[in-house]
Design a protein around this ligand. Structure first.
Ligand code: NAP
Ligand code: MG
Length: 403
């Protein structure tokens, strides 16, 4: 069989620990035998980030703007213990944060749904994709612990010196205050990313805030979404047969629990932080969540939602067998290859991505899976496999499919 050709390179961002081990296995077993893989390789492994003073992360983000599509392995975000362990020059920032800031993007997380791994919520038949606004609100706040009685005010001073002043509260004793902000520009980017992604994946878009209580702050989110929708997206949504739906956050939460799935739920920063963990754990496993960063210009960066699975890596280093789930990392690759195929008009590449995803799911449905899934599956007598054994089993299914 001749290998599938590619015309434009994918930006490949390698990473750390156990996921770095899986990365190589996936390439060797499931990609290189079938695809004449063209990538521009960036090593985001912590040692190399340290050697380059993190320049490699910035370069990889710039390359994503140049080529449009990237695939990323999980990476270590250093903390004090890691700085010591790896003897780092500095506590380098989270690569995901750096890339997100460079692309001004929104992260969409979706569960991979497979027979045998049932969501806790019985009526969820299709995936629920969660879009989290990644800028501002409580994540960029200033807070004061009020020591005693006194007046708290909100003051804005314009560049020309004009002031807007609001009393927050007149304290009669100790208390707390918090100042948060967002910008029209960031909310507009968020809205466009969500509308584009809904069109791209042909799913309805839900958005919710607490605008009845927050009549200026949350209401601004609601208005910006509606203005952009009316001006730029109404026709396109109608043509695609999908819907934009705004409601109150309480109503959204209640409806999500009763829904069948198959839509995108856009959330403000805090709601997205909290709700994405609820949705992902209710769908079964973090190891079955994909994540894609989409910029308003239409650049895509695909990755698994989980981290570097350090505990498994330390077992691997001791020479012990591991059973680490590679599904989300495989789907990061298939997502990126499919998008590359779409942009470059390479139907063979898109078909290959579909086939590899189908082979992965069929392998699990036949009972062959890693231990994390074997523990929660509703299938009887599953066969738990090692990290490598599982990838080899997918290859067998894929070969049978492609033959
Ligand atoms: P983690 O790597 O996601 O792992 C947490 C636990 O979840 C694992 O110990 C394992 O449970 C289970 N798990 C996660 N993925 C799995 C998989 N593919 N297969 C089987 N089990 C899986 O999170 P963490 O331990 O909090 O973070 C480790 C490192 O990853 C940190 O340096 C963190 O900064 C980084 N991180 C990176 C990203 C990213 O690059 N996008 C995201 C999150 C975290 P058991 O141990 O019980 O088997
Ligand atoms: Mg969270």
């Amino acid at each position: 069989m001749s290998k599938i050709t590619m015309t434009t390179p994918l930006v490949e961002m390698d990473g750390d620990e156990m996921t770095r081990i899986l990365w190589k296995m996936i390439k060797d077993e499931l990609l290189l035998p079938y695809v004449d893989l063209k990538t521009e390789y960036y090593d985001l492994g912590l040692e190399h980030r340290n050697e380059t003073n993190d320049q490699v992360t910035i370069d990889s983000a710039e390359a994503t703007k140049k080529y449009g599509v990237a695939v990323k392995c999980a990476t270590i975000t250093p903390n004090a213990a890691i700085v010591e362990e790896y003897n780092l020059k500095e506590m380098w920032k989270s690569p995901n944060g750096t890339i997100r800031a460079a692309l001004d993007g929104t992260v969409f997380r979706a569960p991979i749904v497979v027979k045998g791994i049932e969501p806790c919520v019985k009526n969820w038949e299709k995936p629920i994709t969660l879009a989290r606004h990644a800028y501002g609100d409580v994540y960029k706040n200033s807070e004061i612990r009020v020591p005693s009685a006194g007046k708290a005010e909100l003051v804005f001073t314009g560049e020309d010196g004009t002031e807007i002043r609001e009393t927050i509260h007149t304290f009669t004793g100790a208390g707390i205050i918090q100042g948060i902000h967002n910008t029209d520009k960031s909310i507009e980017s968020f809205a466009r990313c969500c509308f584009n992604y809904a069109l791209d994946t042909k799913q309805d878009l839900w958005f919710a805030t607490k605008d009845t209580i927050s009549k200026k702050y949350d209401h601004r989110f609601k208005d910006i979404f509606q203005e952009i929708y009316d001006a730029e997206y109404d026709d396109k949504f109608q043509a695609a047969g999908i819907e934009y739906f705004y409601t109150l956050i309480d109503d959204a939460v209640a409806r999500v629990m009763k829904a069948k799935g198959g839509f995108i739920w856009a959330c403000k920063n805090y709601d997205g932080d909290v709700m994405s963990d609820m949705v992902s754990s209710a769908f079964g496993s973090l190891a079955m969540m994909t994540s894609v960063l989409v910029s308003p210009e239409g650049y895509y960066e695909y990755e698994a939602a989980h981290g570097t699975v350090q505990r498994h890596y330390y077992k691997h280093l001791k020479g012990e067998e591991t059973s680490t789930n590679s599904v989300a990392t495989i789907f990061a690759w298939t997502g990126a290859l499919r998008k590359r195929g779409e942009l470059d008009n390479l139907p063979e590449l898109q078909k290959f991505a579909d086939a590899l995803e189908a082979a992965t799911l069929e392998t699990i449905e036949s009972g062959k899976m890693t231990k994390d899934l074997a523990l929660i599956t509703s299938l009887e007598n599953p066969t738990p496999l090692s990290s490598e054994g599982f990838i080899k089993a997918i290859r067998e299914t894929l070969d049978a499919k492609l033959a």
